[in-house]
Design a protein around this ligand. Structure first.
Ligand code: SAH
Ligand code: SF4
Ligand code: F3S
Length: 446
């Protein structure tokens, strides 16, 4: 390893989902020994932008940021600029036409070949475009090494890609077909993180409940959950994202039977109208979704649910939209992530003709927000006076006099308490709440 002084500097900026965050960490781990991270692009020898193209806005941000790096490249031509992730996959070579100052285009499944690509560029063989998909998930296992400010929680990717082809979605094209990671690699990574003090793991994939279905001899997702939960020293386990069509009873029962599994499920519904769900190719009906929610609540009455909603999908009428509102009323999600529909290249719905006007989408989004704000507030108020278990993540970013952490139901709690609570499980009395968080004081620590 080189001395810190002689090491080059890397700046990395991550957009998009947790899988991208995970990939960015892997890239930094691959560069260890050659590069140290820095805070500003202007200090960097290597700039990596890990991109998202799930909605138009996300993609535009990338072009804005990478476009602005042109000046930097002009004054310091030796700086290497890389675009990674989903926009890289979607655009491939084309990206170099639009952004000729880019040296490297790396798709999400190619991030593991970053060192190879950098070596090529160093030999004058750039620019490099690598958007190859691989057939299995057996790239070298890079065990994470946590330094300095050790995190209490971490993500572990268990599968890549998606086979669902919802008509609005770009992910199957940018992340490729579903492939599951060998269970022994997942367990080795979880054990390594826990040895370093991580107490909460979130297993990641675009559709985790189809884990292992295509691979011979792999456990089911429910079996994998039970195995991961039994790693000694792991206190909390979560996973995301689940597709409602694949949520079976075996998995639901884990919420009652696996003590480490936290009572929270993100279950994207997208829309409340069967007509819209059908055109989205979601492959469940409103009734099926609601019956799964009912079953889940029978098995785990405390479970908190969150969801994703798209408003203004092509052809969504006022009546269809009203059904999204009634579904929100009926389920009473703890939190939702709602988006205006946007056309994505390659997604089938881009060719649908009956687009909803922009102002109408904005109006529907505002109605969804108003309704959900009320429901979230009511749910938050129901915590007042209760004592909840919180895993302490550190000081609250908004107020360093307070600690911050989450309940098992994934609600953020900011609270007062004695020194040295980071990484501990504490019981917190909830005394106040806002729209996005609960507030309280510690009762006692374990
Ligand atoms: N795999 C997950 C999430 C995928 S992307 C799932 O199946 O639910 C995250 C969210 O972005 C989606 O749930 C959807 O609500 C939203 N989204 C995806 N494509 C979109 C588009 N073209 N326009 C608006 N929102 C979109
Ligand atoms: Fe996209 Fe649908 Fe796959 Fe989720 S399940 S990533 S929304 S295609
Ligand atoms: Fe975005 Fe790709 Fe994730 S499109 S949401 S970064 S899978």
């Amino acid at each position: 390893m080189k001395s810190k002084r002689s090491m080059k500097k890397v700046f990395i900026r991550t957009f998009g989902c947790q899988m991208n965050e995970y990939d960015s960490e892997r890239m930094l781990a691959l560069l260890k020994g050659e590069y140290i991270p820095c805070r500003e692009p202007k200090e960097a020898d290597l700039i990596l932008v890990n991109t998202c193209s799930v909605r138009k806005k996300a993609e535009e941000k990338v072009y804005g940021l990478v476009g602005r790096l042109k000046h930097l490249k002009r004054t310091r031509p030796e700086v290497i600029i890389g675009v990674c992730g989903c926009v890289a996959q979607q655009e491939g070579e084309q990206l170099l036409k639009r952004l000729p100052h880019v040296d490297l285009v790396l798709g999400p499944q190619a991030v593991y070949r970053l060192p190879e690509a950098l070596e090529k560029i160093a030999r004058g063989k750039g620019p490099v475009v690598d958007t190859r998909f691989h057939k299995d998930f057996r790239q070298p296992l890079i065990l994470p090494e946590l330094n300095g400010d050790r995190p209490v929680k971490a993500f572990v990717t268990i599968m890549q890609g998606c086979d669902n082809f919802c008509t609005y979605c770009v992910v199957p094209y940018t992340r490729g077909r579903e492939i599951s990671r060998p269970p022994e690699d997942i367990l080795a990574e979880v054990e390594c993180l826990v040895r370093q003090g991580v107490r909460e793991i979130t297993l990641l994939g675009q559709n985790v409940n189809s884990y292992g279905r295509k691979e011979k001899g792999f456990p089911s997702f429910a079996e994998l959950l039970r195995e991961v939960a039994s790693v000694p020293g792991l206190w909390r386990l979560r996973f995301t994202t689940s597709h409602p069509k694949d949520l079976d009873e075996d998995l639901m029962r884990c919420f009652a039977e696996v003590p480490e599994l936290c009572e929270h499920l993100h279950l994207p519904v997208q829309a409340g109208s069967n007509r819209v769900l059908k055109r989205m190719h979601r492959r469940y009906t409103r009734e099926e979704y609601l019956s799964r929610v009912k079953k889940l609540r029978e098995i785990s009455p405390e479970i908190a649910l969150t969801t994703d909603i798209i408003v203004g999908f092509p052809g969504e009428t006022e009546e269809d939209f009203e059904q999204t509102l009634t579904l929100l009323e009926e389920v009473r999600f703890d939190e939702i992530f709602s988006f205006k529909y946007s056309n994505r290249p390659l997604a089938r719905s881009t060719a649908f003709e009956d687009k909803v006007p922009e102002e109408e989408k904005a109006r529907r989004l505002a109605r969804v927000h108003a309704l959900q704000d009320r429901i979230t507030r009511e749910i938050n108020e129901s915590y007042l006076g209760k004592v909840v278990e919180v895993l302490v993540e550190g000081k609250s970013p908004g107020n360093p006099a307070l600690w911050t952490g989450r309940t098992r139901t994934n609600h953020v709690v900011n609270f007062s308490g004695p020194h040295g609570l980071k990484g501990k499980l504490v019981r917190v009395l909830i005394e106040d709440c806002g729209q996005h968080s609960l507030r309280g004081r510690v009762e006692n620590s374990q």
